[in-house]
Design a binder for this molecule. Structure first.
Ligand code: NAD
Length: 499
Protein backbone atom coordinates (compact mmCIF):
# COMPACT_ATOMS: atom_id res chain seq x y z
CA UNK A 1 0.00 0.00 0.00
CA UNK A 2 1.38 3.36 -0.95
CA UNK A 3 1.78 6.17 1.54
CA UNK A 4 1.63 9.65 0.01
CA UNK A 5 3.60 12.29 1.91
CA UNK A 6 4.30 16.00 1.83
CA UNK A 7 7.14 17.53 -0.22
CA UNK A 8 8.90 20.22 1.75
CA UNK A 9 12.20 21.86 0.86
CA UNK A 10 12.98 19.24 -1.78
CA UNK A 11 12.29 16.15 0.34
CA UNK A 12 9.44 13.85 1.31
CA UNK A 13 8.13 14.53 4.81
CA UNK A 14 5.77 12.46 6.97
CA UNK A 15 4.48 15.40 9.00
CA UNK A 16 1.67 14.89 11.47
CA UNK A 17 0.48 11.32 12.12
CA UNK A 18 -3.06 11.96 10.80
CA UNK A 19 -3.77 10.19 7.49
CA UNK A 20 -6.71 9.55 5.14
CA UNK A 21 -7.42 6.60 2.85
CA UNK A 22 -6.99 6.70 -0.92
CA UNK A 23 -9.28 4.48 -3.02
CA UNK A 24 -9.15 2.77 -6.38
CA UNK A 25 -12.52 3.94 -7.73
CA UNK A 26 -12.69 1.08 -10.23
CA UNK A 27 -12.67 -1.57 -7.47
CA UNK A 28 -13.71 0.40 -4.40
CA UNK A 29 -10.65 -0.92 -2.57
CA UNK A 30 -8.28 1.13 -0.44
CA UNK A 31 -5.01 1.61 -2.35
CA UNK A 32 -3.03 3.66 0.14
CA UNK A 33 -2.98 6.51 2.60
CA UNK A 34 -2.22 10.20 2.33
CA UNK A 35 -0.69 12.39 5.03
CA UNK A 36 -2.99 15.11 6.36
CA UNK A 37 -1.04 18.22 7.24
CA UNK A 38 -1.30 19.96 10.59
CA UNK A 39 -0.87 23.72 10.89
CA UNK A 40 2.75 23.03 11.92
CA UNK A 41 3.35 21.08 8.68
CA UNK A 42 2.02 24.02 6.67
CA UNK A 43 4.27 26.36 8.66
CA UNK A 44 7.28 24.19 7.77
CA UNK A 45 6.42 24.37 4.08
CA UNK A 46 5.89 28.13 4.23
CA UNK A 47 9.21 28.57 6.07
CA UNK A 48 11.00 26.60 3.32
CA UNK A 49 9.33 28.74 0.67
CA UNK A 50 10.17 31.98 2.48
CA UNK A 51 13.83 30.91 2.66
CA UNK A 52 13.96 29.91 -1.02
CA UNK A 53 12.17 32.98 -2.38
CA UNK A 54 14.92 35.68 -2.45
CA UNK A 55 17.40 33.65 -4.50
CA UNK A 56 14.70 32.47 -6.91
CA UNK A 57 13.35 36.01 -7.29
CA UNK A 58 16.87 37.16 -8.13
CA UNK A 59 17.53 34.34 -10.63
CA UNK A 60 17.60 35.90 -14.08
CA UNK A 61 14.62 35.54 -16.37
CA UNK A 62 16.48 33.27 -18.77
CA UNK A 63 17.63 31.00 -15.91
CA UNK A 64 14.05 30.67 -14.70
CA UNK A 65 12.83 30.02 -18.23
CA UNK A 66 15.44 27.30 -18.72
CA UNK A 67 14.19 25.45 -15.62
CA UNK A 68 10.68 25.62 -17.11
CA UNK A 69 11.88 24.28 -20.45
CA UNK A 70 13.53 21.33 -18.68
CA UNK A 71 10.42 20.75 -16.54
CA UNK A 72 8.30 20.69 -19.71
CA UNK A 73 10.53 18.05 -21.30
CA UNK A 74 10.58 15.88 -18.16
CA UNK A 75 6.81 16.10 -17.75
CA UNK A 76 6.37 15.10 -21.37
CA UNK A 77 8.76 12.16 -20.94
CA UNK A 78 6.86 11.01 -17.81
CA UNK A 79 3.36 11.67 -19.16
CA UNK A 80 2.34 8.00 -19.17
CA UNK A 81 3.48 7.52 -15.58
CA UNK A 82 1.62 10.66 -14.53
CA UNK A 83 -1.52 9.61 -16.40
CA UNK A 84 -1.42 6.17 -14.76
CA UNK A 85 -1.21 7.76 -11.28
CA UNK A 86 -4.17 10.00 -12.09
CA UNK A 87 -6.24 7.17 -13.52
CA UNK A 88 -5.60 4.89 -10.53
CA UNK A 89 -6.87 7.46 -8.01
CA UNK A 90 -9.36 9.55 -9.97
CA UNK A 91 -10.75 6.77 -12.17
CA UNK A 92 -10.64 8.60 -15.51
CA UNK A 93 -9.46 6.58 -18.52
CA UNK A 94 -5.78 6.72 -19.49
CA UNK A 95 -6.32 8.71 -22.72
CA UNK A 96 -8.31 11.32 -20.81
CA UNK A 97 -5.59 11.55 -18.15
CA UNK A 98 -3.00 12.01 -20.91
CA UNK A 99 -5.20 14.78 -22.30
CA UNK A 100 -5.21 16.65 -19.01
CA UNK A 101 -1.42 16.41 -18.81
CA UNK A 102 -1.18 17.78 -22.36
CA UNK A 103 -3.47 20.73 -21.58
CA UNK A 104 -1.50 21.49 -18.41
CA UNK A 105 1.76 21.40 -20.34
CA UNK A 106 0.43 24.13 -22.61
CA UNK A 107 0.54 26.44 -19.59
CA UNK A 108 4.15 25.41 -18.90
CA UNK A 109 4.93 26.23 -22.55
CA UNK A 110 3.25 29.62 -22.14
CA UNK A 111 5.25 30.28 -18.97
CA UNK A 112 8.51 29.49 -20.81
CA UNK A 113 7.96 32.87 -22.48
CA UNK A 114 8.31 34.68 -19.14
CA UNK A 115 11.13 36.99 -20.33
CA UNK A 116 8.68 38.42 -22.83
CA UNK A 117 5.63 38.27 -20.54
CA UNK A 118 7.32 40.39 -17.85
CA UNK A 119 8.43 43.17 -20.17
CA UNK A 120 7.44 46.53 -18.76
CA UNK A 121 6.91 49.93 -20.38
CA UNK A 122 9.50 52.70 -20.68
CA UNK A 123 9.00 56.42 -21.27
CA UNK A 124 12.12 58.37 -22.02
CA UNK A 125 12.17 62.00 -20.93
CA UNK A 126 8.98 62.36 -18.91
CA UNK A 127 10.73 65.48 -17.60
CA UNK A 128 14.16 67.00 -18.20
CA UNK A 129 16.62 64.03 -18.01
CA UNK A 130 13.95 62.08 -16.18
CA UNK A 131 12.69 58.66 -17.38
CA UNK A 132 9.86 56.44 -16.12
CA UNK A 133 9.45 52.71 -16.44
CA UNK A 134 7.12 50.03 -15.12
CA UNK A 135 8.17 46.65 -13.78
CA UNK A 136 6.30 43.67 -12.38
CA UNK A 137 7.71 41.84 -9.38
CA UNK A 138 6.81 38.52 -7.71
CA UNK A 139 4.66 38.50 -4.57
CA UNK A 140 6.72 36.05 -2.47
CA UNK A 141 5.11 32.84 -1.23
CA UNK A 142 1.86 31.92 -3.00
CA UNK A 143 -0.42 28.90 -2.57
CA UNK A 144 -2.59 26.83 -4.89
CA UNK A 145 -5.47 24.70 -3.57
CA UNK A 146 -6.86 22.30 -6.16
CA UNK A 147 -9.82 19.93 -6.70
CA UNK A 148 -9.91 16.19 -7.35
CA UNK A 149 -11.08 16.32 -10.95
CA UNK A 150 -7.84 17.48 -12.62
CA UNK A 151 -4.95 16.57 -10.29
CA UNK A 152 -2.32 17.61 -12.87
CA UNK A 153 -3.96 20.16 -15.16
CA UNK A 154 -5.51 22.49 -12.58
CA UNK A 155 -2.29 22.85 -10.54
CA UNK A 156 -0.56 23.52 -13.86
CA UNK A 157 -2.95 26.43 -14.45
CA UNK A 158 -1.19 27.96 -11.46
CA UNK A 159 2.35 26.94 -10.57
CA UNK A 160 4.20 27.28 -13.91
CA UNK A 161 3.28 30.95 -14.09
CA UNK A 162 3.71 31.63 -10.37
CA UNK A 163 7.18 30.07 -10.42
CA UNK A 164 8.18 31.67 -13.73
CA UNK A 165 7.26 35.05 -12.22
CA UNK A 166 9.77 34.38 -9.41
CA UNK A 167 7.46 33.29 -6.58
CA UNK A 168 7.80 30.27 -4.28
CA UNK A 169 4.74 28.00 -4.45
CA UNK A 170 2.88 25.74 -2.03
CA UNK A 171 0.50 23.24 -3.58
CA UNK A 172 -2.36 21.73 -1.57
CA UNK A 173 -3.78 18.96 -3.79
CA UNK A 174 -7.09 17.16 -3.30
CA UNK A 175 -6.75 14.43 -0.69
CA UNK A 176 -8.68 12.11 -3.05
CA UNK A 177 -5.95 11.88 -5.71
CA UNK A 178 -2.73 13.29 -4.25
CA UNK A 179 -0.02 11.20 -5.98
CA UNK A 180 0.40 13.30 -9.14
CA UNK A 181 1.60 16.22 -7.01
CA UNK A 182 4.64 14.30 -5.79
CA UNK A 183 5.72 13.18 -9.25
CA UNK A 184 5.50 16.78 -10.42
CA UNK A 185 7.54 17.88 -7.37
CA UNK A 186 10.26 15.33 -8.19
CA UNK A 187 10.37 16.49 -11.80
CA UNK A 188 10.70 20.14 -10.73
CA UNK A 189 13.73 19.12 -8.67
CA UNK A 190 15.19 17.16 -11.58
CA UNK A 191 14.62 20.20 -13.82
CA UNK A 192 16.89 22.24 -11.52
CA UNK A 193 14.33 24.20 -9.51
CA UNK A 194 15.99 25.11 -6.19
CA UNK A 195 14.59 23.25 -3.18
CA UNK A 196 11.86 25.15 -1.36
CA UNK A 197 10.53 26.94 -4.45
CA UNK A 198 7.89 24.23 -5.00
CA UNK A 199 6.39 22.49 -1.96
CA UNK A 200 3.40 20.20 -1.50
CA UNK A 201 1.29 19.95 1.64
CA UNK A 202 -1.29 17.19 1.55
CA UNK A 203 -4.45 17.52 3.56
CA UNK A 204 -7.86 19.00 4.07
CA UNK A 205 -9.50 22.03 5.73
CA UNK A 206 -6.79 22.14 8.42
CA UNK A 207 -4.10 22.79 5.80
CA UNK A 208 -6.31 25.17 3.81
CA UNK A 209 -7.19 27.24 6.88
CA UNK A 210 -3.55 27.59 7.87
CA UNK A 211 -2.58 28.67 4.35
CA UNK A 212 -5.40 31.24 4.39
CA UNK A 213 -4.27 32.66 7.73
CA UNK A 214 -0.47 32.43 7.41
CA UNK A 215 1.00 35.94 7.25
CA UNK A 216 3.78 34.89 4.86
CA UNK A 217 1.38 33.56 2.20
CA UNK A 218 0.72 36.53 -0.06
CA UNK A 219 -1.77 35.10 -2.54
CA UNK A 220 -4.03 32.06 -2.90
CA UNK A 221 -5.38 30.47 -6.08
CA UNK A 222 -8.25 28.08 -5.48
CA UNK A 223 -10.27 25.81 -7.75
CA UNK A 224 -13.12 23.68 -6.39
CA UNK A 225 -16.79 23.78 -5.47
CA UNK A 226 -18.65 27.06 -5.07
CA UNK A 227 -19.28 26.93 -1.28
CA UNK A 228 -15.56 26.33 -0.60
CA UNK A 229 -14.50 28.87 -3.24
CA UNK A 230 -16.64 31.52 -1.55
CA UNK A 231 -15.20 30.57 1.85
CA UNK A 232 -11.61 30.65 0.59
CA UNK A 233 -12.17 34.03 -1.06
CA UNK A 234 -13.79 35.57 2.02
CA UNK A 235 -11.32 34.12 4.50
CA UNK A 236 -8.23 34.78 2.35
CA UNK A 237 -9.13 38.39 1.59
CA UNK A 238 -10.05 38.98 5.25
CA UNK A 239 -6.46 37.94 6.00
CA UNK A 240 -5.20 40.52 3.51
CA UNK A 241 -4.33 38.13 0.70
CA UNK A 242 -4.87 38.38 -3.01
CA UNK A 243 -7.30 35.56 -3.88
CA UNK A 244 -8.70 34.07 -7.05
CA UNK A 245 -11.25 31.32 -6.29
CA UNK A 246 -12.86 29.38 -9.12
CA UNK A 247 -16.05 27.58 -8.19
CA UNK A 248 -18.59 25.13 -9.55
CA UNK A 249 -20.62 25.11 -12.73
CA UNK A 250 -23.75 24.05 -14.56
CA UNK A 251 -23.06 24.41 -18.25
CA UNK A 252 -25.79 24.64 -20.89
CA UNK A 253 -25.67 23.84 -24.58
CA UNK A 254 -28.29 25.81 -26.54
CA UNK A 255 -29.27 24.01 -29.75
CA UNK A 256 -31.09 26.01 -32.42
CA UNK A 257 -33.27 24.16 -34.96
CA UNK A 258 -30.87 24.87 -37.85
CA UNK A 259 -27.92 23.13 -36.14
CA UNK A 260 -26.29 19.97 -37.53
CA UNK A 261 -27.89 17.46 -35.13
CA UNK A 262 -25.25 14.77 -35.68
CA UNK A 263 -22.55 17.23 -34.65
CA UNK A 264 -24.72 18.29 -31.70
CA UNK A 265 -25.32 14.70 -30.54
CA UNK A 266 -21.62 13.79 -30.82
CA UNK A 267 -20.68 16.97 -28.95
CA UNK A 268 -23.29 16.55 -26.20
CA UNK A 269 -22.21 12.97 -25.53
CA UNK A 270 -18.49 13.83 -25.54
CA UNK A 271 -18.95 16.91 -23.36
CA UNK A 272 -21.51 15.31 -21.05
CA UNK A 273 -19.81 12.00 -20.33
CA UNK A 274 -16.08 12.58 -20.85
CA UNK A 275 -14.33 12.02 -17.52
CA UNK A 276 -17.71 10.73 -16.22
CA UNK A 277 -19.04 14.28 -16.24
CA UNK A 278 -16.58 15.26 -13.52
CA UNK A 279 -15.39 18.34 -15.40
CA UNK A 280 -16.20 21.92 -14.52
CA UNK A 281 -16.67 22.56 -18.25
CA UNK A 282 -18.82 19.46 -18.86
CA UNK A 283 -22.11 20.08 -20.62
CA UNK A 284 -24.82 18.96 -18.19
CA UNK A 285 -27.89 20.57 -19.77
CA UNK A 286 -28.98 20.54 -23.40
CA UNK A 287 -31.56 23.24 -24.21
CA UNK A 288 -33.29 21.89 -27.30
CA UNK A 289 -35.28 24.54 -29.16
CA UNK A 290 -38.53 23.25 -30.69
CA UNK A 291 -39.07 21.23 -32.82
CA UNK A 292 -35.78 19.28 -32.74
CA UNK A 293 -36.10 17.75 -29.22
CA UNK A 294 -37.29 14.22 -30.11
CA UNK A 295 -34.87 13.76 -33.00
CA UNK A 296 -31.94 15.04 -30.93
CA UNK A 297 -32.74 12.81 -27.95
CA UNK A 298 -32.88 9.78 -30.27
CA UNK A 299 -29.47 10.61 -31.66
CA UNK A 300 -27.99 11.12 -28.18
CA UNK A 301 -29.47 7.86 -26.87
CA UNK A 302 -28.14 5.94 -29.87
CA UNK A 303 -24.60 7.20 -29.18
CA UNK A 304 -24.79 6.67 -25.42
CA UNK A 305 -25.73 3.04 -26.02
CA UNK A 306 -22.36 2.48 -27.72
CA UNK A 307 -20.17 3.95 -24.96
CA UNK A 308 -17.83 1.48 -23.26
CA UNK A 309 -17.71 1.87 -19.48
CA UNK A 310 -14.79 0.28 -17.66
CA UNK A 311 -11.64 0.67 -15.55
CA UNK A 312 -9.35 3.54 -16.52
CA UNK A 313 -6.40 1.25 -17.22
CA UNK A 314 -8.32 -0.85 -19.78
CA UNK A 315 -7.65 0.66 -23.24
CA UNK A 316 -11.16 -0.32 -24.35
CA UNK A 317 -12.79 1.89 -21.69
CA UNK A 318 -14.18 5.24 -22.78
CA UNK A 319 -15.58 6.28 -19.40
CA UNK A 320 -14.44 5.28 -15.92
CA UNK A 321 -16.04 5.27 -12.47
CA UNK A 322 -16.77 8.24 -10.22
CA UNK A 323 -14.23 9.37 -7.67
CA UNK A 324 -15.74 8.17 -4.37
CA UNK A 325 -18.66 6.10 -3.15
CA UNK A 326 -20.29 9.15 -1.52
CA UNK A 327 -20.05 11.12 -4.73
CA UNK A 328 -21.40 8.25 -6.83
CA UNK A 329 -24.36 7.85 -4.46
CA UNK A 330 -25.06 11.58 -4.49
CA UNK A 331 -25.03 11.69 -8.30
CA UNK A 332 -27.26 8.58 -8.57
CA UNK A 333 -29.73 10.04 -6.06
CA UNK A 334 -30.89 12.56 -8.68
CA UNK A 335 -32.48 9.69 -10.62
CA UNK A 336 -34.86 9.09 -7.70
CA UNK A 337 -36.13 12.68 -7.58
CA UNK A 338 -39.78 13.09 -8.44
CA UNK A 339 -39.46 16.17 -10.64
CA UNK A 340 -41.42 15.13 -13.71
CA UNK A 341 -38.49 14.18 -15.98
CA UNK A 342 -38.28 10.99 -17.99
CA UNK A 343 -35.27 8.68 -17.51
CA UNK A 344 -34.39 7.70 -21.08
CA UNK A 345 -31.03 6.10 -20.23
CA UNK A 346 -30.56 4.78 -16.68
CA UNK A 347 -26.85 4.63 -15.87
CA UNK A 348 -27.41 2.24 -12.97
CA UNK A 349 -28.23 -0.41 -15.56
CA UNK A 350 -25.15 0.18 -17.73
CA UNK A 351 -22.89 -2.86 -18.15
CA UNK A 352 -19.35 -2.32 -16.81
CA UNK A 353 -16.46 -3.91 -18.72
CA UNK A 354 -15.43 -7.02 -16.77
CA UNK A 355 -18.36 -6.59 -14.36
CA UNK A 356 -22.13 -6.51 -14.30
CA UNK A 357 -24.61 -3.67 -14.05
CA UNK A 358 -23.08 -0.43 -12.75
CA UNK A 359 -25.20 -0.43 -9.60
CA UNK A 360 -24.12 -3.98 -8.72
CA UNK A 361 -20.41 -3.89 -9.64
CA UNK A 362 -17.83 -3.23 -6.89
CA UNK A 363 -16.35 0.24 -7.34
CA UNK A 364 -17.98 3.61 -7.73
CA UNK A 365 -19.90 3.02 -10.94
CA UNK A 366 -22.67 4.90 -12.65
CA UNK A 367 -23.11 4.74 -16.41
CA UNK A 368 -24.11 7.62 -18.67
CA UNK A 369 -27.59 8.78 -17.77
CA UNK A 370 -29.95 10.80 -19.95
CA UNK A 371 -32.98 12.60 -18.50
CA UNK A 372 -35.51 14.13 -20.88
CA UNK A 373 -38.16 16.80 -20.28
CA UNK A 374 -36.30 18.07 -17.20
CA UNK A 375 -38.29 21.06 -15.95
CA UNK A 376 -36.39 24.35 -16.06
CA UNK A 377 -35.72 25.54 -12.53
CA UNK A 378 -35.95 22.04 -10.97
CA UNK A 379 -33.14 20.79 -8.73
CA UNK A 380 -31.96 18.41 -11.43
CA UNK A 381 -31.71 21.30 -13.85
CA UNK A 382 -30.09 23.89 -11.59
CA UNK A 383 -27.85 22.03 -9.13
CA UNK A 384 -24.30 21.00 -9.98
CA UNK A 385 -24.50 17.20 -10.16
CA UNK A 386 -20.90 16.73 -11.36
CA UNK A 387 -21.41 13.27 -12.80
CA UNK A 388 -22.55 11.45 -15.95
CA UNK A 389 -26.07 12.87 -16.00
CA UNK A 390 -27.22 14.80 -19.07
CA UNK A 391 -30.48 16.72 -18.72
CA UNK A 392 -32.54 17.70 -21.74
CA UNK A 393 -34.67 20.80 -21.21
CA UNK A 394 -37.14 21.55 -23.99
CA UNK A 395 -37.51 25.26 -24.89
CA UNK A 396 -39.62 27.08 -27.46
CA UNK A 397 -37.15 29.75 -28.61
CA UNK A 398 -33.64 31.20 -28.50
CA UNK A 399 -34.93 33.84 -26.08
CA UNK A 400 -36.29 31.27 -23.63
CA UNK A 401 -33.02 29.30 -23.76
CA UNK A 402 -30.93 32.43 -23.18
CA UNK A 403 -33.11 33.48 -20.26
CA UNK A 404 -32.72 30.06 -18.62
CA UNK A 405 -28.93 30.25 -18.93
CA UNK A 406 -28.77 33.81 -17.62
CA UNK A 407 -31.10 33.00 -14.70
CA UNK A 408 -28.62 30.36 -13.49
CA UNK A 409 -26.37 31.08 -10.51
CA UNK A 410 -23.27 29.75 -12.30
CA UNK A 411 -21.52 31.26 -15.31
CA UNK A 412 -18.58 29.02 -16.14
CA UNK A 413 -19.03 27.67 -19.68
CA UNK A 414 -21.75 27.47 -22.33
CA UNK A 415 -22.15 26.64 -25.99
CA UNK A 416 -24.52 27.44 -28.82
CA UNK A 417 -24.97 25.11 -31.77
CA UNK A 418 -26.32 26.75 -34.91
CA UNK A 419 -25.47 27.54 -38.51
CA UNK A 420 -26.75 31.09 -38.11
CA UNK A 421 -23.79 33.40 -37.61
CA UNK A 422 -26.02 36.26 -36.52
CA UNK A 423 -27.64 34.18 -33.78
CA UNK A 424 -24.24 32.97 -32.60
CA UNK A 425 -22.92 36.51 -32.46
CA UNK A 426 -25.98 37.66 -30.56
CA UNK A 427 -25.47 34.80 -28.09
CA UNK A 428 -21.80 35.62 -27.44
CA UNK A 429 -22.90 39.16 -26.69
CA UNK A 430 -25.93 38.44 -24.52
CA UNK A 431 -24.98 35.37 -22.50
CA UNK A 432 -23.72 35.96 -18.94
CA UNK A 433 -21.04 33.29 -18.92
CA UNK A 434 -17.24 33.57 -18.90
CA UNK A 435 -16.34 31.00 -21.58
CA UNK A 436 -18.49 30.60 -24.68
CA UNK A 437 -18.37 27.99 -27.45
CA UNK A 438 -19.89 28.39 -30.91
CA UNK A 439 -20.34 24.86 -32.25
CA UNK A 440 -17.64 23.92 -29.70
CA UNK A 441 -19.00 22.09 -26.65
CA UNK A 442 -16.13 22.55 -24.18
CA UNK A 443 -14.67 25.99 -24.89
CA UNK A 444 -11.65 25.80 -22.59
CA UNK A 445 -9.36 28.71 -23.50
CA UNK A 446 -5.81 27.91 -24.57
CA UNK A 447 -3.02 28.76 -22.12
CA UNK A 448 -2.32 32.16 -23.71
CA UNK A 449 -5.90 33.24 -22.99
CA UNK A 450 -7.26 33.23 -19.44
CA UNK A 451 -9.67 30.68 -17.96
CA UNK A 452 -12.49 31.68 -15.65
CA UNK A 453 -16.23 31.94 -15.24
CA UNK A 454 -18.67 34.59 -14.07
CA UNK A 455 -21.09 34.80 -11.16
CA UNK A 456 -20.87 31.91 -8.64
CA UNK A 457 -18.17 30.24 -10.78
CA UNK A 458 -15.50 32.78 -9.81
CA UNK A 459 -14.73 34.87 -6.75
CA UNK A 460 -12.07 37.51 -7.32
CA UNK A 461 -11.08 39.69 -10.26
CA UNK A 462 -8.57 37.65 -12.21
CA UNK A 463 -8.98 34.51 -14.25
CA UNK A 464 -6.22 31.89 -14.29
CA UNK A 465 -3.28 31.58 -16.73
CA UNK A 466 -2.67 33.79 -19.75
CA UNK A 467 -1.81 37.41 -19.05
CA UNK A 468 -4.27 37.54 -16.14
CA UNK A 469 -2.25 34.76 -14.49
CA UNK A 470 0.95 36.78 -14.90
CA UNK A 471 -0.78 39.79 -13.35
CA UNK A 472 -2.16 37.74 -10.46
CA UNK A 473 1.29 36.47 -9.45
CA UNK A 474 3.07 39.85 -9.74
CA UNK A 475 2.82 43.38 -8.42
CA UNK A 476 3.36 46.46 -10.54
CA UNK A 477 5.89 49.16 -9.72
CA UNK A 478 6.76 52.37 -11.57
CA UNK A 479 10.25 53.83 -11.30
CA UNK A 480 11.03 57.45 -12.11
CA UNK A 481 14.76 58.08 -12.51
CA UNK A 482 17.17 60.91 -13.15
CA UNK A 483 20.80 60.21 -14.12
CA UNK A 484 22.94 63.25 -14.57
CA UNK A 485 26.30 61.43 -14.84
CA UNK A 486 25.92 57.96 -16.34
CA UNK A 487 28.84 55.59 -15.71
CA UNK A 488 30.01 52.92 -18.15
CA UNK A 489 30.79 49.23 -17.71
CA UNK A 490 34.44 48.94 -18.78
CA UNK A 491 35.87 46.96 -21.69
CA UNK A 492 34.49 43.52 -22.72
CA UNK A 493 35.18 42.17 -26.22
CA UNK A 494 33.45 38.79 -25.81
CA UNK A 495 29.84 37.64 -25.74
CA UNK A 496 28.36 37.31 -22.23
CA UNK A 497 27.85 33.57 -21.55
CA UNK A 498 26.20 33.18 -18.17
CA UNK A 499 23.23 35.46 -17.71
P1 NAD B 1 -13.98 20.80 -3.19
O1 NAD B 1 -14.45 22.19 -3.10
O2 NAD B 1 -14.62 19.77 -2.33
O3 NAD B 1 -12.40 20.72 -2.86
C1 NAD B 1 -11.49 21.59 -3.48
C2 NAD B 1 -10.31 21.78 -2.54
O4 NAD B 1 -10.77 22.38 -1.33
C3 NAD B 1 -9.62 20.48 -2.15
O5 NAD B 1 -8.23 20.70 -2.14
C4 NAD B 1 -10.17 20.20 -0.77
O6 NAD B 1 -9.26 19.49 0.05
C5 NAD B 1 -10.43 21.58 -0.20
N1 NAD B 1 -11.56 21.62 0.74
C6 NAD B 1 -12.64 20.79 0.74
N2 NAD B 1 -13.47 21.13 1.74
C7 NAD B 1 -12.91 22.19 2.37
C8 NAD B 1 -13.32 23.01 3.48
N3 NAD B 1 -14.45 22.77 4.14
N4 NAD B 1 -12.51 24.02 3.85
C9 NAD B 1 -11.37 24.26 3.20
N5 NAD B 1 -10.94 23.52 2.14
C10 NAD B 1 -11.70 22.50 1.73
O7 NAD B 1 -14.07 20.38 -4.75
P2 NAD B 1 -13.82 18.95 -5.40
O8 NAD B 1 -14.97 18.06 -5.06
O9 NAD B 1 -12.44 18.48 -5.12
O10 NAD B 1 -13.86 19.34 -6.94
C11 NAD B 1 -15.05 19.43 -7.68
C12 NAD B 1 -15.55 20.85 -7.75
O11 NAD B 1 -14.56 21.69 -8.32
C13 NAD B 1 -16.77 21.01 -8.64
O12 NAD B 1 -17.67 21.87 -8.01
C14 NAD B 1 -16.22 21.62 -9.90
O13 NAD B 1 -17.14 22.38 -10.66
C15 NAD B 1 -15.14 22.49 -9.35
N6 NAD B 1 -14.17 22.82 -10.37
C16 NAD B 1 -14.20 24.07 -10.88
C17 NAD B 1 -13.32 24.43 -11.87
C18 NAD B 1 -13.34 25.80 -12.46
O14 NAD B 1 -12.46 26.10 -13.22
N7 NAD B 1 -14.30 26.65 -12.14
C19 NAD B 1 -12.37 23.50 -12.33
C20 NAD B 1 -12.35 22.23 -11.76
C21 NAD B 1 -13.25 21.90 -10.78
Amino acid sequence: MKSVKHWINGALEDGDSRTAEIFNPATGEVSGTVAMASAADVDAAVAAAVAAFPAWRDASLVKRARVLFRFRELMYAHRDELAALISAEHGKVHSDALGEVARGLEVVEFACGIPHLLKGGFSEGVSTRVDSYSIRQPLGVVAGITPFNFPAMVPMWMFPIAIACGNAFIHKPSEKDPSASLLMARLWQEAGLPDGVFNVVQGDKVAVDRLLAHPDVKAVSFVGSTPIARYVYESGTAHGKRVQALGGAKNHMLVLPDADLDLVADSAVSAGFGSAGERCMAISVVLAVDPIGDELVDKIVERVGKLVIGPGDDPKSEMGPLVTREHRDKVASYLDLDEGFKVVVDGRETKVLGGGKAAETPGFWLGPTVLDHVPAGSRTHTEEIFGPVLSIVRVSSYEEGLRIINDGVYGNGTAIFTNDGGAARRFQNEVEVGMVGINVPIPVPMAFYSFGGWKASLFGDTHVHGTEGVHFYTRGKVVTSRWLDPSHGGVNLGFPTNR
